[in-house]
Design a binder for this molecule. Structure first.
Ligand SMILES: Nc1ncnc2c1ncn2[C@@H]1O[C@H](COP(=O)(O)OP(=O)(O)OP(=O)(O)O)[C@@H](O)[C@H]1O
Length: 507
């Protein structure tokens, strides 16, 4: 089934639900009006009509009865958890990861697999399952309630036989049964509608991520020019404003980078450094001017080729609600099952110790989708057995910000294993790393630079600028200085000023 078919199926289910709910509402209104009119002549219209509603209301109340008791809920079917984790990736916070990592295909494929493996497992809401298990008493009450209208009507007919006819009793009996059934359907469909609507949106959002940035037909690398040294690119008079804003994040930027160069972009906050990376990784297109890659407009290349040719490591990247193996392996989806490659990437990312600390090693899931484990009417720390259980159950594995960054960096190193990568963009990923971790990360990144053009965005000069082929110093959306470390120091401008401020800190 293609990704289109998955969302189509969800969309049709939701449409079917809306139509059925609307039809049921119309039927219910008609049936109520009919019953009311039929019994009104006997003077019992409102009471009879109200009694007709007791059964469907009881149905609804008993279905929700679990909520009136303190309880804890934990989903534990591995396929269900996986399906939920994969669906979670459609959330906007993962958008950048999904685009730059080019993993939509893998996610949709695994989602379908998880749904298939779930088979007939009961994944209905906990209160529905509870109702099924504990329904004996409630079923009896509902049964009694279903007979109430007729008992009432028959009682009145005995007391006052002249006011009631057998034909009316038969007609009313039929109408009342239909009404109860219509209401039960209504409650059921309304609940399902809310759930389905969530699924449709999640799956459409995921597909939307792929469709928004358009590419052309040119293959990359261009035929006959494999660019073994890395990706060359040029910005000519590029300006850019973020959607919905008029301020220029980039203002008339012109620069030219040769294959395999190590470029370091520095500058004050908000000067446009990350925006350059976002244009290069095709998260956005320039508002004006041209961004050319190897002589052709970046938009002319096949989007999938450009994604394969680019690796990004930024501070915005997240851990996925999947195992650590996939968190790292998805850097190169074609090798997501290759444990040797994953271990090597973890070593380069400095994540070996973080993984060794986890009870399940690479099988550990550190981030879980929300709403799969919770307590109702249970306060953590109140000393009750339920509270203790809830505490144990919801305790997330501990990882620090720096440890998360090491895991995400390992994913980027996994991406390096693909020979297709020709451009690496590293945007301030070391904010939470200790000095040794930062030094090691940059050292490892530089050690693998062969065959790749590398762009580093950083505020900390020490580890990088001395190794740069070219430093771009930015201010207010423009490049104010460019050159090597020595050239810019000699120039004595903005770069020199910033460098001296950092150097002074060590005097
Ligand atoms: N998603 C966005 N929507 C609107 N404006 C944005 C968005 N992202 C960045 N900007 C604005 O664009 C300008 C350039 O931002 P950018 O993130 O490129 O700066 P930067 O040099 O990387 O900053 P920093 O050093 O703080 O990371 C800033 O004025 C910023 O407020």
């Amino acid at each position: 089934m293609s990704s289109g078919h998955v969302s189509e199926r969800f969309a049709w289910t939701a449409f079917d639900n809306i139509m059925r709910t609307a039809m049921n509402l119309i039927c219910a209104a008609g049936q109520l009006a009919y019953i009311f009119r039929t019994v009104q002549s006997t003077g019992h219209g409102p009471i009879f009509t109200l009694l007709c509603l007791v059964q469907p209301v009881l149905e609804s109340v008993f279905n929700g009865s679990l909520w009136s008791k303190p309880h804890i809920v934990e989903a534990n079917d591995p396929h269900f958890l996986r399906m939920k984790g994969l669906r979670e990736l459609s959330k906007s916070k993962y958008k950048q990861d999904i685009i730059t990592g080019d993993i939509v295909k893998h996610v949709l494929q695994e989602f379908r697999r998880a749904v298939k493996l779930l088979g007939d497992a009961d994944i209905s809401e906990p209160y529905v399952q509870y109702h099924r298990l504990n329904g004996a008493v409630s079923q009896f009450a509902i049964k009694v309630a279903s007979d109430l209208p007729m008992l009432y009507y028959a009682g009145n007919a005995v007391m006052n036989p002249t006011g009631f006819s057998l034909a009316t009793i038969a007609t009313l009996h039929q109408s009342e049964s239909m009404l109860s059934w219509t209401f039960i359907q209504l409650f059921y469909d309304a609940r399902r509608l809310v759930r389905e609507a969530g699924s449709v949106k999640a799956i459409y959002d995921l597909e939307d991520v792929v469709h928004k940035t358009k590419g052309g037909d040119l293959p990359y690398p261009p035929v006959g020019r494999p660019h073994e040294d890395g990706m060359p690119f040029e910005l000519q008079n590029v300006s850019f404003s973020y959607p919905g804003t008029t301020a220029k994040a980039l203002d008339n930027v012109t620069l030219s980078i040769k294959p395999g160069q190590l470029v370091v972009i520095v500058g004050s906050n908000g000067s446009g450094k990350s925006t350059i990376v976002k244009l290069l990784t095709r998260l956005y297109d320039a508002t004006s001017g041209t961004l050319t890659v190897d002589g052709a407009d970046i938009r002319e290349y096949r989007i999938s080729d450009m994604r394969h040719a680019t690796a990004a490591l930024t501070q915005d990247l997240h851990l996925y609600p999947l195992s650590l193996r996939e968190n790292i392996g998805l850097g190169n989806p074609a090798h997501v099952g290759d444990m040797d490659m994953i271990r090597a990437a973890a070593k380069l990312g400095g994540a070996e110790d973080v993984i060794a600390k986890q009870v399940d090693g690479l099988g550990t899931v550190l981030v879980h989708p929300r709403g799969l484990k919770y307590g109702n009417d249970v306060s953590k720390g109140d000393g009750s057995l339920l509270a203790e259980e809830l505490e144990k159950m919801t305790k997330e594995a501990d990882v620090s910000g720096g440890e998360r960054q090491r895991l995400v960096a390992s994913r980027t190193f996994m991406r390096f294993t693909s020979g297709a990568v020709k451009l690496v963009c590293v945007d301030e990923p070391s904010a939470n790393l200790d000095p040794e971790g930062e030094w090691q990360l940059f050292k490892n990144l530089r050690s693998l630079r062969a065959g790749k053009t590398m762009i580093f965005v950083t505020h900390r000069f020490a580890h990088l600028t001395k190794h740069a082929d070219v430093i771009l110093c930015m201010k207010d959306g423009g490049i104010i200085e460019s050159g090597t470390h020595e050239e810019l120091l000699e120039l004595g401008g903005e770069y020199c000023k910033m460098f001296n401020i950092q150097a002074k800190a060590f005097d």
